[in-house]
Design a protein. Structure first.
Length: 317
């Protein structure tokens, strides 16, 4: 069955206040708990273009609030209720999001990669996407990620939804366009989901290569917002030069590894993270460079699929 939905527990009947929109590949079973659907309508959209799937889900949603999730994301504690209450309490917020945390019971490598992604020294301004950081606050957009993003429909429609030519990278582009349109964005560390991480180094580096590819493709759209992310590309130029720049970078990698070790409370995590951090940066930088070339040549990272290849499964709480 395409995009099958399995709900653990039985939700009591009550009007849906938010629509959970979950994009997945055909044949994926999305497992949700009772708490996930008690307040929600759930739309599982199966297909091969995540942006197109999310746009279709938004078009068919029956509510004003649209919550975008990945197919392996599960809400932590009262995250869903907190997010809905926050949006209802202040109608000026256009979008609210929180971190995507490593799932409970994950193995060593998943937890290591999750901690690297949540390290300030390794990922700078994007670390709040993968770790609960600070207090609830207005957001610049760098903290938000669309595997856990609650959006008001009027703002989704105002900016035209997700760009069908982008995946990955559609989330970065979407949040940037919200901000440029004057939307008020909010980050709440307590509105969190848990999800799986990559379990092997090769798949983790491939993930960051694709992130870099997407960032490179976005550069020509909004160059001013992308300058910080050129640093991993410049790393390829600095490597042969050595000198004080690389010594400073080595110190940054060491601090990132120590941060990861402290979070996992294991010295072995420090040793494992030491090569992972620069490998992640180099993979991202390589992808970014190729993304710049790829976009300059007029190619896109994704393309719309025929409507008959999409399927929507609806479940109402």
């Amino acid at each position: 069955m395409k995009g099958a939905l399995r709900v653990a527990g039985k939700a009591g009947p009550m009007p849906a206040q938010v629509t959970l929109i979950i994009a997945c590949k055909p044949g994926t079973t999305v497992a949700l708990r009772e708490a996930d659907v008690a307040l929600a309508e759930v739309l599982v959209v199966s297909g091969h273009n995540v942006s197109q799937q999310r746009n279709l889900g938004a078009a068919q949603a029956a509510t004003e609030l649209l919550w975008f999730l990945d197919d392996d994301a599960h809400f932590c504690a009262d995250s869903l209720r907190t997010g809905v209450q926050l949006m209802q309490s202040d109608p000026t917020w256009a979008a609210v999001g929180g971190p995507s945390l490593t799932r409970s019971g994950a193995g060593f490598w998943e937890r290591l990669f999750g901690s690297v992604m949540g390290s300030w020294f390794a990922t700078l301004t994007t670390c709040p996407r993968h770790r609960a950081v600070g207090l609830p606050r207005p957001a610049s957009g760098q903290e938000l990620i669309t595997c856990n993003l609650l959006v008001r429909r009027q703002w989704f429609e105002k900016i035209g939804g997700f760009d069908l030519s982008l995946h990955p990278g559609e989330d970065v582009d979407f949040v940037l366009r919200l901000r440029e349109a004057g939307a008020r964005l909010y980050y709440h560390p307590g509105i969190a989901v848990e999800r799986s991480r990559r379990s092997h180094l090769g798949s983790f580096l491939w993930q960051y290569f694709r992130y870099g590819l997407a960032r490179g493709a976005l550069f020509f759209h909004r160059p001013g917002a992308q300058l910080l992310f050129l640093l991993p590309l410049l790393l390829w130029l600095w490597l042969p030069l050595g000198g004080w720049v690389m010594k400073f970078y080595g110190l940054v990698c060491l601090l990132a590894a120590l941060e990861v070790g402290a979070r996992l409370a294991r010295w072995s995590a420090v040793l494992a993270a030491l090569p992972v951090v620069p490998a992640m940066h180099l993979s991202y930088g390589l992808g970014l460079g190729l993304g710049l070339i790829y976009k300059r040549l007029g190619f896109s990272l994704s393309r719309p699929r025929p409507a008959e290849q999409l399927r929507v499964t609806r479940h109402s709480g």
